[in-house]
Write a protein that binds this ligand. Structure first.
Ligand code: SAM
Ligand code: SF4
Ligand code: SF4
Length: 334
């Protein structure tokens, strides 16, 4: 079916689903401990979409163009029904079902996830030295365990694994060469991500961003790189391969080279709100439609109108936008 298009003629293709706003890590740039401490009020269970509601929503959105789903959060593997969700999604005949995780629960789940139909996994890892990584993740989680998780995914056939590394000035610039070097000569793809001004709790400052250009230069000087064409329209990472054939990396320049023009993503929060942009201050209350008995046709038509009216392009307009309330990353999903 022809995908619905928005005001800027962007088709709807990708859906990112935040399965929970909870996490077993407290990464400084996402859920700083001072704010997400023991007293923090996470969403109550009854506010969170059930597996059934999620699968129904994806089925409807498929009619409007969605081909790829990414499960995220919070930490998506904390969902007890994660296997049911993946299995249900795989029955819908999507092109891709991907998941982004901090890896802590992956060794135990990798094989089952693959069996249920997960097609790709991304594991986040921001440094290769324990001291830096333990500080960043806020719970003292060791690097070794994340590397084991990547191995477990590889062993389960979820290959290549993508590795997400957010680079922050003065925090983990040294991780650029460490991670590039470690994953050279493997099928896995490290994606270096510019630190973004998501949410309002991480104290982001423009000076904290290490630009994709700088990251490129650091790697290119050591191991020369050359560009690769995008695999599909709307791909956020710019792909490069090592000239010596040692593999591939990705650079995600969300801040310095925004990719709003090709942005075909819709985001579903854990409590059932649809967001047209990572920086949108308000979501569309899908859950209330689902729970008040709307039919699939009614929901489909409401979502068609929602996407058709979309004109969001925050990253392109960043410098002109006021600092407004916007959703946190752990709630909306990265
Ligand atoms: N908990 C899972 C994880 O960490 O992989 C999934 C959710 S996490 C919000 C998804 C991705 O967003 C992670 O790779 C994380 O590093 C990234 N992320 C979080 N906050 C970010 C920020 N301020 N700028 C750029 N990336 C960020
Ligand atoms: Fe948790 Fe992922 Fe956010 Fe880190 S980036 S606090 S692992 S949701
Ligand atoms: Fe898409 Fe919004 Fe990010 Fe631009 S800022 S790429 S429109 S999510």
């Amino acid at each position: 079916m022809e995908a619905v298009r928005d005001v800027l003629n962007r088709p709807l293709r990708d859906l990112r689903i935040s399965l929970t706003d909870r996490c077993n890590f407290r990464c400084r740039y996402c859920m700083p401990r001072e704010i997400f401490g023991p007293g923090y009020a996470f969403l109550p269970a009854e506010e969170i979409l059930t597996a059934e509601e999620i699968l129904r929503t994806v089925g409807i959105l498929q009619d409007l163009g969605v081909r790829k789903v990414r499960l995220t959060g919070g930490e998506p593997l904390l969902r007890r029904d994660i296997l049911t969700i993946v299995e249900g999604l795989s029955k819908l005949g999507l092109d891709e079902i991907a998941l982004t995780t901090n890896g802590a629960l992956l060794p135990r789940l990798a094989t089952a996830l693959k069996e249920k139909g997960l097609t790709r996994v991304t594991v986040s890892l921001d440094a290769l030295d324990d001291e830096t990584f333990r500080k960043i993740n806020g719970v003292g989680y060791p690097v070794k365990k994340v590397l084991e998780a990547i191995e477990a995914a590889d062993g389960a056939g979820l290959r290549p694994v993508k590795i997400n590394a957010v680079i922050q000035r003065g925090v983990n610039e040294h991780a650029i060469l460490d991670l590039a070097g470690y994953f050279r000569h493997t099928p896995h793809i490290v994606r270096f991500i510019e630190y973004m001004d998501v949410g309002t709790t991480n104290g982001w400052k423009p000076e904290d961003v290490v630009s994709a250009r700088e990251i490129f230069e650091i790697i290119h000087q050591r191991w020369p790189l050359e560009p690769l064409p995008p695999r599909r329209p709307g791909e956020v990472a710019r792909r490069f391969r090592y000239r010596d054939g040692a593999g591939e990396i990705g650079l995600i320049a969300s801040v310095t080279q925004p990719f709003c023009r090709g942005c075909n993503r819709l985001r579903l929060s854990a409590d059932g709100q649809l967001f047209l942009c990572l920086f949108a201050s308000k979501g569309f209350p899908l859950k209330s439609l689902l729970r008040k008995g709307a039919s699939d046709d009614e929901i489909r038509e409401a979502l068609r109108r929602l996407w058709q009216a979309r004109d969001d392009r925050y990253s392109e307009l960043r410098s002109l936008m006021p600092k407004m309330t916007r959703p946190e990353m752990h709630y909306l999903g990265g």
